[in-house]
Write a protein that binds this ligand. Structure first.
Ligand code: MG
Length: 308
């Protein structure tokens, strides 16, 4: 299945709306219209972006604009392992998953999986869904709200610090913790969206797929069918970018709640500022209390002791 995106004037989009009147189908939220011909599905958005998808999207697209200059799917990159997705996955209905909080001393680990249909991809791009690393906390919040308003199916897991520390004490590496959380979030979502079946599942890669599979095996689980891994997946896949925003927004929320409980603004990351704040909590309430808010195996705990 191919895809072509043309950027057209409002007048042309209005003309198209008329021309495809007899072939229209229910448009996704936020779209001007959607239509289906023998060769392609056409979805037009407020911004003037028009998406042509199907067996021969060029048949209709070439009536309205220059297909040669149109945006086409990203070129295939050389595979690094056997689980690299075909780029066509990025424009198909798929699940993406990503996590937040793993590099932060304070706060939980949050993992989200989101299911995005091919028709929603452009719409999510329109509302500004992109790599959450380049977004501020407040824009993450408003984006997460917009995503929720679109009723995108998702699953979110929050692993709070006491449970995280317990798993660490059981010698679970952070890689294993992330693996089990991703796997759980994805499988729950797969069940929730039934009978819809995603073309594939894309995980923002944090370890070699063989390591991920080994962690699953150690807990008697297996890799879900059609699962793919790629690094920086959020820059290729809107589903991963969506999951990444939901995970990040949840992490920010949890940090705000924890800060309120502790009565100190808990800094993100793992910097010296973090050591100082951890030191003051240690001084005031001891390590058990600190374990309610922090990932105790981080080197920050040792450093915090020197601030006591
Ligand atoms: Mg990630």
């Amino acid at each position: 299945m191919g895809q072509i995106v043309l950027t057209l004037s409002k007048t042309t989009v209005a003309e198209m709306n008329q021309a495809y009147m007899a072939m229209q189908k229910p448009a996704p939220a936020g779209a001007v219209f959607a239509a289906k011909t023998d060769t392609s599905t056409i979805t037009a958005y407020q911004s003037g972006k028009v998406l042509f998808q199907g067996e021969q999207p060029e048949v209709e697209a070439s009536k309205w604009g220059s297909v040669e200059e149109a945006e086409i799917a990203p070129k295939k990159v050389k595979p690094k392992h056997g689980y690299e997705p075909d780029p066509s996955l990025f424009t198909s209905s798929h699940i993406g998953s990503d996590e937040a909080g793993t590099g932060d001393y304070f706060g939980p680990v949050t993992v989200a999986a989101a299911y995005v249909t091919d028709e929603q991809i452009e719409l999510l791009r329109e509302i500004g869904v992109k790599d959450s690393k380049n977004l501020t906390d407040s824009s993450i919040h408003s984006l997460a709200e917009k995503i929720l308003a679109l009723k995108i199916p998702y699953n979110l897991i929050v692993l709070h610090n006491p449970k995280y520390n317990e798993l660490q004490a059981k010698k679970w590496t952070q890689g294993k913790i992330k693996t089990i959380l991703h796997n759980h979030a994805i499988n729950q979502l797969v069940k929730e969206i039934e009978p819809a079946k995603p073309t594939g599942i894309l995980i923002d890669q944090f370890s070699q797929p063989s390591v991920y599979i080994r962690h699953l095996k150690s807990e008697g689980k297996r890799l879900t069918d059609d699962t793919y891994f790629i690094t920086k997946a959020e820059s290729h896949s809107i589903a991963v970018a969506t999951a990444s925003i939901l995970a990040r927004a949840s992490f920010v929320d949890e940090m705000n709640k924890l800060s309120e409980t502790v009565g100190i603004e808990l800094p993100k990351g793992a910097s010296e500022k973090v050591d100082r704040v951890a030191g003051s909590i240690l001084r005031r309430s001891g390590p058990e209390e600190l374990g309610q808010y922090a990932k105790m195996h981080f080197v920050n705990t040792k450093k915090a002791e020197t601030y006591q």
